[in-house]
Ligand binder design. Structure first.
Ligand code: FBP
Length: 546
């Protein structure tokens, strides 16, 4: 396999570990925990894994452990640093006993169910250290939730003598990890399940989890691209660039890119919902900024759009909620053509929601009515919101022009950044953070824990001062409606409008809309001054007020 010079040089990088993980550890337990919501129901659903304490690792005495094997699964969308979680786990497991083995299940949770696996040996591991991507074993979105799947899983786990399974995933995959941990604990199967917080979307965070891995690198990659576009934009001065960025429901990626690049406009879905803005309100907001810049002779600009915005427009949110229920009806399960599905939902929607449905451009309406992903999410990455909004802004400007308002010229370009960043080579932050998360998972396993997520905190400090430990997954859960039924799920973290990152953005956006205040962050750097190479996201720095 031919590799680039950068990859060769990066392979030699030894990621940093928190001081507590640099030698033998002891687990210090905090107080019993509660779930974030629906405590009685979650406790009843997870009798074996509910209420466990938060754990912090401190320096301890060496303990001899008999050899054991570990399995690993990459679940869901790719995120930079996945290979480093695996290399951290690999090194951690081998440091406990060189005879320990690490098995990777191929193409996500489906690999466990289908008994599709490989041993990750030192030779294989070394080819993937500090690289982006999930290609060492691949990823997938199979949802682990049926007893039949858990039972098929235990067969192969026993066959491979696996003591613990590490599931690297976002909120949905870690929810499944928790359900699996509970099931194996209830059945006394003796297999531990540990989760790891992954997702570029940045929405798996809370008091215990500072950030999900991959968010840092993905945002820096998109910010480099947005910065490049802004330089082009400010050079040619003839286009408005509409740039959609991934992130599912949450606008963390859009917000972080705005903090880094200072575009003229950045929409934040959570604010659109809080202000109960209609689609027309959003379009008017953008059109006003375009017209104001035109008055100053600036017929160019940048608009950053979070991919989930459409779900947050209150009328469309209500429509989606009803569509989810309609699509979960038993009669809907046998439909096998897109057109039939659209006709089916039209027949079942309430009058109010049907009107909203009919008012949407047909491509957007169709996407909302079509299949959800395996976790019941609308596939927002497939909706071309950047084109929809620019088309609607053009229409609005045309009306204003007709009414003799000066609107200048409005030429547009469209971009969607998502896949460009998910497999980028991890930044130093993600390389260290992910390696530590994986290494730490090996310590949770050695301490007999199950139903825990690996956590590393205090990551705005130098790596040696990072705090390692584990948080019970049940602590992050509440009940939410999925596929028409109330289910225990990890609560998603959306952008908080009273949080420091949003407040900073809100305090500066009027100036950024009017002036051309672009910042061009440039590419991720691995070697050089620490203020260039080792900075966490602006979101995290503002949250930690540093
Ligand atoms: P996860 O939530 O699994 O981490 O995935 C993140 C994400 O990149 C979203 O931002 C995006 O909406 C989605 O995956 C796209 O999914 P797919 O890879 O299936 O096209």
């Amino acid at each position: 396999m031919a590799i680039s010079n950068l990859q060769k040089a990066r392979a030699a990088y030894q990621p940093k570990l928190p001081k507590a993980l640099q030698g033998p550890v002891k687990a210090v337990e905090g107080a019993a925990t509660q779930s974030v919501g629906n405590q009685a129901e979650i406790k009843e659903l997870f009798p074996n894994t509910y209420g466990m304490p938060v754990i912090t690792f401190e320096a301890g005495e060496p303990v001899e452990l008999p050899p054991f094997n570990v399995g690993i699964i990459l679940s869901g969308g790719q995120a930079p640093g996945g290979h480093n979680v695996i290399s951290g786990l690999f090194d951690g497991v081998k440091s406990l006993n060189p005879a320990n083995k690490l098995y990777g299940f191929i193409l996500g949770p489906g690999g466990l169910v289908d008994h599709n696996y490989m041993e990750i040996t030192a030779d294989i591991m070394d080819k993937y250290r500090n690289t982006g991507g999930f290609d060492i074993i691949g990823s997938g979105r199979t949802k682990l939730e049926e007893v039949d799947q858990f039972e098929k899983g235990i067969q192969i786990l026993r066959e491979l003598n696996i003591k613990a399974l590490v599931i690297i995933g976002g909120d949905d995959s870690n929810t499944n990890a928790c359900v699996l941990a509970e099931y194996y604990a209830a059945k006394k199967y003796g297999v531990q399940v540990i989760g790891c917080p992954k997702t570029i979307d940045g929405d798996l965070k809370n008091e215990q989890i500072e950030t999900s891995f991959g968010f840092d690198t993905a945002c820096k990659t998109y910010s480099e691209l947005i910065g490049n576009i802004q330089r082009d934009c400010n050079s040619a001065r003839k286009y408005w660039h509409f740039i959609k960025v991934m992130g599912r429901s949450a606008s963390h990626i859009a917000l972080e890119c705005a903090l880094q690049c200072q575009p003229n406009i950045c929409l934040i879905s959570e604010e659109v919902e809080a202000k109960a803005m209609s689609l027309d309100d959003v379009v008017t907001y953008i059109a006003n900024a375009v017209a104001k810049r035109a008055e100053e002779g600036n017929n160019f600009g940048t608009v950053v759009i979070p991919e989930g915005i459409i779900e947050f427009i209150p009328a469309i949110k209500k429509l989606i909620a009803e569509l989810n229920d309609v699509l979960a009806l038993p009669e809907a399960q046998s439909i096998n053509s897109g057109n039939e599905q659209i006709e089916f939902v039209k027949r079942h929607l309430s009058k109010e929601n049907l009107n909203v449905f009919k008012s949407l451009p047909s491509d957007v309406a169709a996407q909302l009515a079509l299949d959800r992903d395996p976790h019941g999410n609308v596939q927002v990455s497939l909706i071309e919101t950047e084109k929809l909004l620019s088309r609607m802004v053009a229409d609005k400007l045309a009306i204003w022009k007709h009414q003799d308002k000066y609107v200048g010229k409005f030429g547009t370009q469209h971009h969607f950044f998502g896949y460009e960043g998910r497999c980028a080579a991890p930044s130093n932050y993600d390389a260290d953070y992910c390696y530590s998360l994986g290494y730490n998972a090996s310590r949770l396993i050695a301490n007999g824990k199950t139903g825990y997520m690996s956590i590393i905190k205090n990551t705005t400090a130098p790596a040696a001062e990072w705090i390692a430990g584990g948080v019970p997954i049940t602590m992050m859960m509440n009940l939410e409606k999925r596929n028409g039924k109330m289910k225990p799920v990890i609560r998603k973290a959306l952008v908080e409008l009273d949080g420091a990152p949003f407040k900073y953005f809100a305090a500066h956006r009027d100036e950024w809309a009017k002036e051309t205040a672009y910042v061009y962050p440039g590419p991720i750097q691995y070697w050089g001054p620490t203020e260039v190479c080792d900075q966490p996201t602006k979101t995290l720095l503002l949250e930690k007020a540093k």
